[in-house]
Design a binder for this molecule. Structure first.
Ligand code: A2P
Length: 275
């Protein structure tokens, strides 16, 4: 079983650099897939209230023979006054004694309540021993500035869309300046970039798949990466990235795949939860 590196968080804790994402994983398939992932050595699982599978994730983690780092997220309508109750409901569904990381899922700036919500999370993390680290997801630089200025508390993590076609350099520079860890969601660009000729070529040179090259690129870039797969062979493939390294030339070739129109998911400036 591979030894997965951890990264340091700004609150003194650490987080595994690779985990399983379970977005759009149907609830009835989630428990066996998470169990398989845990057997394969995955040290972390990333879920959310809105994925509708916290219960199944929790059951799989409860049956694990070792601690698994679990992340879940606060959905948009639960922000503001509903935050504490929503956290309690997530804990009930997970059935775990703690959650390692709790994130505000989207800033939804038109609501005007992400600063208050962050204040509540800060208090919750101080008062509720079931909550370890707190962070955000899909926050832009201006959103991060607003919550840090209001509370003085820097989120441990910002989880954002990030892959070779959408590398988010300005946001990552801000994260580095403030000690915020970056988690990449849709790290494989939802599978769409895996036939890119550069990735196919780098993969052939290393005897690896394009997906393994991309996951390795995230790891070597100091990011936390949470590829999702509902397929056992690909689950095994996606964690098998610790027996080789990309060299500077490989990293430079991947760096230039970044595109200004590379976003594949919603734009946080406008996303309000309606899909
Ligand atoms: P599947 O679940 O059938 O494996 P992302 O994490 O960027 O959102 O990408 C998830 C998508 O990429 C899913 O459609 C998943 O399909 C696919 N995928 C995951 N791992 C691999 C892999 N190793 N090779 C090819 N496609 C993959």
């Amino acid at each position: 079983m591979a030894d997965i590196p951890h990264i340091a968080l700004n609150d003194g804790r650490t987080m595994p650099q690779l985990g399983l994402g379970v977005l759009q994983m149907p609830a009835r398939e989630t428990e066996p897939l998470v169990c398989t992932a845990i057997d394969l050595g995955y040290p972390a699982v990333d879920t959310a209230m809105i994925y509708g599978n916290e219960g199944e994730v929790g059951r799989a983690i409860r049956s694990a023979d070792r601690p698994i780092f679990v992340t879940t997220k606060l959905w948009i309508p639960d922000m503001g006054p509903g935050t504490v109750a929503a956290f309690g409901a997530s804990m009930d569904r997970l059935g775990l004694d703690h959650v390692d990381l709790y994130l505000i899922h989207w800033p939804a700036p038109a609501r005007g309540d992400y600063v208050d919500t962050w204040r509540t999370l800060v208090r919750l993390a101080q008062d509720d021993s079931r909550l370890r680290s707190i962070g955000v997801s899909n926050f832009r630089i201006e959103d991060l500035r607003a919550i840090i200025d209001a509370t003085g508390v820097v989120p441990a993590v910002n989880q954002i869309e990030l892959h070779p076609r959408f590398q988010q350099r300005a946001l990552r520079d801000f994260h580095a300046e403030h000690g915020i860890a970056t988690t990449s969601w849709s790290p494989l660009g939802r599978g769409s970039l895996l036939d890119d000729p550069v990735l196919v070529d780098v993969a052939a040179r290393h005897g690896k798949s394009p997906a393994q090259i991309v996951i390795r690129w995230h790891v070597q870039s100091g990011l936390v990466v949470i590829p999702k797969s509902a397929n056992q062979a690909r689950l095994a493939e996606n964690i098998d990235v610790f027996d080789f390294a990309l060299d500077d030339a490989d990293m430079a070739r991947i760096a230039i795949l970044d595109r200004s129109d590379g976003r594949s998911g919603p734009d946080p400036a406008h996303f309000s939860g309606m899909i």
